[in-house]
Design a protein around this ligand. Structure first.
Ligand code: ZN
Length: 453
């Protein structure tokens, strides 16, 4: 579909923290926004023919959502093994581009991909950028840089580090620099580091930092020298503090950050992206066996994050939304706006602040096109949502795709024909011969399948 020119009428929430305009208009011309303001002030030249009017009662017009934490290559994996071992790179790439459309159809017009398997995220980004497929505009990290204490070195020492893991294992300080340079050659927008472990993979692994402050500094300095964004997975107190000290741009999770860490975030301009949707969804799934530590550990982490990140927000640390979409607890296209509701309910944000955290606030970490998206403003790309309802009154409306009248990306109306369901290939998840143990019952002479160990 070609980009036309539109006059879109409604309550305009522009992505900034400025009060919304109740009777507003957004004018688009081709791929860009031409004018935004009060309907009463609409200039004569935009009143002429040649614009299609979208004028429905009770509508809100706002920028497309920006999801600050996706994993487009993960294919809704249920386990570390599924993600790291199964499905070849070629299949993952095709699966990822198929999933990217679902993300766009949820109103996510841009996204930051926070670690990939192989170079799938770069391929998805470029396939969308070059107009081959539809999906969000992506800025992407490569594989996470980890060591033996970081997230993703999760397999036993008696096997080699899997090549399909969404991380790369480094052992020396020199290798940190080498790995940053190698990934920049692979066209990443950001370097991501596994700064701590995770309750999903190791029980209560939330205290220590995987890397020293000096090592964080080596990575941050080289990444910034090469003009890339530096991001870190840092659930623990130490990893959040030391990565903030080293000047990382994005600290993911930061659930256990303390006052010292908050102070360094303020000093160095670090942003926190907690991705509480993943933890909340895992608790909601109420499965006995959820992660290495069980659901009570996730609830404990949510409680700690509520306290610590509420304090960080009050202190003025920018906090952005991210869904973690790519794991089976957060399938593509369904949970991208839940984080906004969580920010309102747990961190004390106003709905307007939460919308800012999912739009204009994100643009600092999207170097490639940050000044082009995230805000309804003349000259920016026309990435626009038209919503039946008012998210500044009820933030949950953004979670309901049926309430979106239109999604525009670069002035073009996004095709919203639902992506049809697909079948799974046998090699995507695991290679189980038989799901259980086949016992012999002596009395009956029959075979009995038992799920017990
Ligand atoms: Zn993640």
């Amino acid at each position: 579909m070609q980009a036309k020119s539109y006059r879109i009428w409604g309550k305009v929430v522009d992505g900034s923290l400025n009060p919304p305009t109740d009777n507003g208009v957004v004018v688009t011309e081709g791929e860009r926004i031409a004018w935004v303001g009060e309907a009463a002030n609409l200039p004569e030249k935009y009143k002429l023919d040649g614009y299609e009017d979208i004028k429905l009662p009770g509508r809100t017009v706002m920028p497309g959502l920006i999801d600050g934490h996706t994993h487009i290559s993960f294919g809704e994996s249920r386990s570390e093994e599924e993600n790291a071992l199964y499905a070849p790179a070629e299949f993952r790439s095709l699966r990822a581009i198929w999933n990217a459309k679902k993300v766009l159809q949820a109103g996510v017009t841009s996204a930051f991909d926070a670690a990939t398997t192989y170079c799938v995220a770069q391929a998805v980004r470029d396939a969308i950028d070059t107009g081959m497929f539809e999906g969000p505009r992506f800025a992407v990290s490569g594989k996470q840089i980890t060591n033996h204490q970081g997230l993703e070195d999760s397999f036993p020492n008696n096997m080699p580090f899997p090549v399909g893991q969404c991380a790369v294992l480094v052992k020396t300080k020199d290798d940190l620099v080498e790995q940053v340079r190698y990934q920049v050659k692979d066209e990443v927008d950001a370097i991501k580091v596994s700064g701590s472990n995770d309750n999903l993979l190791a029980p209560d692994a939330l205290e220590a930092s995987a890397f020293t402050e000096e090592e964080f500094r080596i990575i941050a300095d080289e990444t910034h020298r090469l003009e890339r964004i530096c991001a870190v997975h840092a659930r623990s107190r130490g990893s959040a503090r030391d990565s903030a000290k080293a000047g990382f741009d994005i600290i993911f999770h930061a659930s256990y950050i303390d006052d010292e860490g908050i102070e360094h975030c303020l000093k160095n301009g670090c942003i926190i992206n907690p991705t509480l949707t993943l933890l909340t969804n895992l608790v909601d799934a109420s499965q006995e066996q959820a992660g290495a530590s069980g659901i009570s550990a996730f609830q404990r982490e949510i409680d700690a994050a509520t306290e610590n990140l509420g304090r960080a927000h009050k202190a003025g640390v920018p906090i952005l939304t991210g869904s973690e979409s790519g794991w089976s607890a957060v399938p593509y296209g369904e949970w991208h706006a839940r984080e906004l509701e969580i920010f309102v309910n747990l961190l004390g944000m106003s709905p307007l602040e939460a919308i800012h955290a999912a739009t204009l606030g994100q643009t600092r970490v999207l170097k490639r096109f940050g000044d082009q998206v995230g805000k309804l403003e003349a000259g920016r790309l026309a990435d626009i949502l038209v919503i039946d309802g008012d998210p500044t009154e009820d933030i949950t409306v953004l979670q309901r795709k049926s309430r979106f009248d239109y999604i525009f990306q670069g002035g073009k109306e996004v095709d919203r024909t639902p992506v049809p369901p697909r079948k799974r290939m046998w090699y995507e998840r695991q290679k189980t011969f038989l799901d259980g143990v086949l016992h012999f019952n002596e009395e009956t002479g029959e075979a009995v399948l038992s799920k017990e160990p």
